[in-house]
Design a protein around this ligand. Structure first.
Ligand code: DX5
Ligand code: ZN
Length: 215
């Protein structure tokens, strides 16, 4: 499977988002991971659909919008209109089936995510229809946290489920605490889309780091 790197702009300089997403494209990133936080589902507030709309003209990379929000059903339309290519909703915050229909009605990719404490089985229903599945490997809300090692078993469980239902190549994204040191374990467990915030934006050579993360 193709390994895709999705740098999280949460770790970037928010005063330069347009320039950042252009640089990410030139640096070989495959997606731009946009961490949307509402101050309710998670304590911090980051940015909304308007920021995604502002970034849109500065990159042709897919904008991978991770909605860490309550009532995501009230935001999907705005992110679709803003130019999101993937919208990821938390199983803990909504009825995924209903939201998948709405997201798909805009012709964009639908993805579901669970927090570290939610069992992998919670994504089994979504696995039938999803264009991607996301596993949090840190507690959502902040970048720069340590990778939670129990996530590796969840990745395996989810990849085995995808194989069992005849979707062996479904994109499985993992998000949080991924570094050059642990990325190989994450990929070996069955993930193929890697979110990295700190690892990319703390690097002195983003292109080289992205290449090394891709292995
Ligand atoms: C946390 C975000 C993650 C985080 C990843 O809620 O969903 O995407 O920004 O950042 P690092 O790679 O620094 O852990
Ligand atoms: Zn994220």
């Amino acid at each position: 499977m193709k390994i895709k790197i999705a740098p999280s702009i949460l770790a970037s300089d928010f005063s330069r988002l347009g320039e950042t997403v252009s640089v990410l494209e030139r640096s070989g990133a495959d997606l731009v991971h946009c961490d949307v936080m509402d101050g309710n589902f998670v304590p911090p507030i980051t940015f909304g659909a308007q920021a995604v709309k502002a970034m849109r003209p500065h990159t042709s990379l897919p904008l991978d919008c991770h909605l860490m929000v309550l009532h995501p059903e009230t935001h999907v339309d705005d992110f679709a209109a803003a130019g999101a290519d993937i919208i990821t909703v938390h199983a803990e915050a909504c009825d995924i089936g209903t939201l998948f229909e709405r997201i798909a009605s805009f012709g964009i990719k639908k993805s579901a995510v669970i927090n570290p404490e939610t069992p992998a089985e919670a994504l089994f229903p979504a696995a039938e229809q999803a264009d991607m599945l996301l596993l949090m490997s840190v507690h959502p809300g902040w970048g720069g946290q340590k990778f939670i090692p129990e996530t590796l078993k969840k990745i395996e469980t989810l990849r085995n489920r995808c194989i069992r239902i005849g979707r062996p190549d479904l994109d499985i994204e993992v998000d949080g605490g991924i570094t050059e040191e642990n990325v190989k374990d994450v990929i070996a467990a069955g993930a193929n889309v890697i979110v990295a915030g700190s690892a990319v934006f703390r690097s002195s050579d983003m292109a080289a780091t992205i290449e090394r993360l891709r292995g």
